[in-house]
Design a protein around this ligand. Structure first.
Ligand SMILES: [Zn+2]
Length: 311
């Protein structure tokens, strides 16, 4: 399994007593033990800074430090910055950890900060959270503007450095701006299909098709109100999103982006990584084992092999 989004780092930043490994039961969805016991090949860890603090680099550096100290401090976790690292995880049984940004507010347009973050291991970047920042408007910003000039430069810099651009949380206009500017395929790390559940955080069919046509990836997310309109959701509801994306030709583009630790209410069954086998079982009732392996790991794996530097 590869999961392209969780918010463990924001919980660690908020409460310094929380431990990624060996901590108190119930303080995190994603723990080292659950990743190891579920045979997860790679987990992406997002740096998310709450709105009040999102204008400076300090909490971003703190989050990077927590990632190194707590996540990579576990024997059995391995930092993944190259395709060779990913293969190493596959052959050694280690759990890969990929570092990503969720919102670039703190960078204040400084590409030097982006380069430093790349050196520290960041390999994916969502441009906004729900609100606006210097680069673009998020999906909940009433203005609904697209990329700023600095935002365009940011996307180009990500393309050049080898940082995967993540369109989840962007306003619709910013989404299309990114699709026009980016010369590399993008991901929506944690968004579902809007035709199935009409929530602004989900992607409409034109957006999904654009990602599919450019060979990007769409991470199914377990946020209950992105799965069903009522917010009461189980794996059978998530199956409808898979069916819809596959119906648009996206069988090779589906991956997982749980949003564990980024939500205060869970689906009835997908409550932490140890339960994701329930989704696998449900999918296996409707898809072949090759297809389910693609959704769970192979699609994301192939994408990372292409997009990460070789070694
Ligand atoms: Zn998010």
């Amino acid at each position: 399994m590869i999961d392209f989004h969780c918010d463990v780092l924001s919980k660690l930043l908020e409460d310094r007593r929380i431990r990624f490994s060996g901590g108190e039961e119930g303080s995190l969805d994603v723990t080292f033990e659950r990743l190891r016991d579920s045979g997860v090949l790679l987990q992406t860890f997002a740096i998310y800074i709450s709105s009040g603090q999102s204008g400076t680099m300090d909490p971003i550096w703190e989050s990077v430090d927590l990632f190194y100290e707590q996540v990579l401090g576990c024997d059995g976790m391995k930092l993944v910055t190259t395709a060779a690292d990913l293969d190493d995880c596959l052959s050694t049984g280690k759990t890969g950890a990929l570092l990503s940004l969720e919102g670039v507010g703190g960078l204040q347009g400084r590409l030097s900060m982006l380069r430093l973050l790349y050196r520290l291991g960041v390999r994916a970047a969502g441009i906004t959270w729900n609100q606006a920042n210097w680069a673009a408007d998020g999906v909940m910003e009433p203005r609904g503007a697209g990329l700023t000039g600095e935002g365009r430069s940011f996307v180009t810099a990500c393309n050049e450095l080898g940082i995967i651009v993540d369109v989840s949380h962007l306003s619709e206009r910013a989404f299309w701006d990114v699709m026009a500017v980016s010369v590399k395929p993008v991901i929506a790390s944690h968004s579902n299909a809007r035709s199935v559940c009409d929530h602004p955080r989900n992607l409409d069919d034109r957006q999904l098709e654009a990602i599919i046509q450019s060979n990007g990836r769409i991470g199914l997310t377990y946020v209950p109100w992105f799965v069903t309109a009522t917010g009461h959701a189980s794996v059978s509801d998530l199956l409808r999103h898979v069916d819809h994306i596959c119906g648009l030709g996206g069988e090779k583009n589906v991956m997982l982006g749980s949003d564990f630790d980024g939500i205060d209410r869970h689906m009835s069954d997908l409550i932490h990584p140890g339960k994701v086998y329930l989704l696998r079982d449900e999918l296996l009732n409707h898809y072949s084992s090759t297809q389910v392996s693609a959704f769970f790991q192979d699609n994301a794996y192939a994408f990372l092999k292409e997009q990460l530097p070789p070694a």
